[in-house]
Design a binder for this molecule. Structure first.
Ligand code: ZN
Length: 203
């Protein structure tokens, strides 16, 4: 079993300090998901581990689909590890759409893959697009679970904000359920430090 937290830390994807999240709340941790995929060897290791879990569940998958941009690398590596094809959806005028000549066969079994799932909003937009094209979404996957949704075998309970369907499996390697504080109640602020805003969206 891989030590996922150690891998995220060593690649600089798991930051520690005092962060201002896009929600306006504060946290002592921040996940910069793209950093863990900087080294293709690490990406391959993570995807292989995730594929192992999915194969063990017995779920049949024809295709992996990721919402761009966040899910592309994780989804591509996962498709390679599962030995299936890979497609992606992307936003056009705000709508998550399948473009670039990608198509879905009627009843094709599709797994939606993200780098990280927080509420699963983008994953659900991709899922709806696949189903509107006649595909069948059989499950969801992500390298990391932010602790809002419940992953197969995970300890984090499903919270009300989770948008993934409760009746479909969600596979992820680890739960990153960090403390999140309202600014007025943030102990780091009370200790006198100022929160910093990390580069890109990472929740
Ligand atoms: Zn604070």
């Amino acid at each position: 079993m891989l030590d996922i937290e150690k891998i995220y830390k060593e690649s600089g994807a798991l930051l520690e300090g005092h962060f201002l999240l896009s929600s306006g709340k504060h946290s002592p941790n921040y996940l910069q998901s793209a950093k863990v995929l900087e080294d293709p060897k690490v990406a391959e290791q993570l995807a292989t581990e995730l594929a192992k879990q999915i194969k063990a569940s017995g779920l049949t998958i024809d295709t992996v689909c990721s919402p761009a941009i966040g899910g592309l690398l994780a989804g591509y590596e996962l498709a390679r590890a599962l030995g299936v094809r890979f497609i992606f959806t992307e936003r056009k005028n705000g709508e998550m759409t399948l473009r670039r000549g990608f198509s879905v066969e009627p009843g094709e079994k599709v797994l939606i893959c993200e780098d990280i799932i927080t509420t699963g909003g983008s994953a659900m937009e991709a899922a709806r697009e696949i189903e509107s094209r006649g595909g069948k979404v059989v499950g969801f996957a992500a390298l990391a679970n932010r602790g809002v949704c419940h992953r197969e075998g995970g300890k984090s309970a499903r919270k009300a904000e989770c948008k993934l369907p409760a009746d479909k499996p969600f596979f992820a390697l680890a739960d990153f359920d960090f403390p999140i504080y309202e600014p007025a109640e943030c102990p780091l602020c009370k200790a006198g430090s100022t929160p910093v805003k990390p580069g890109s969206r990472g929740n």
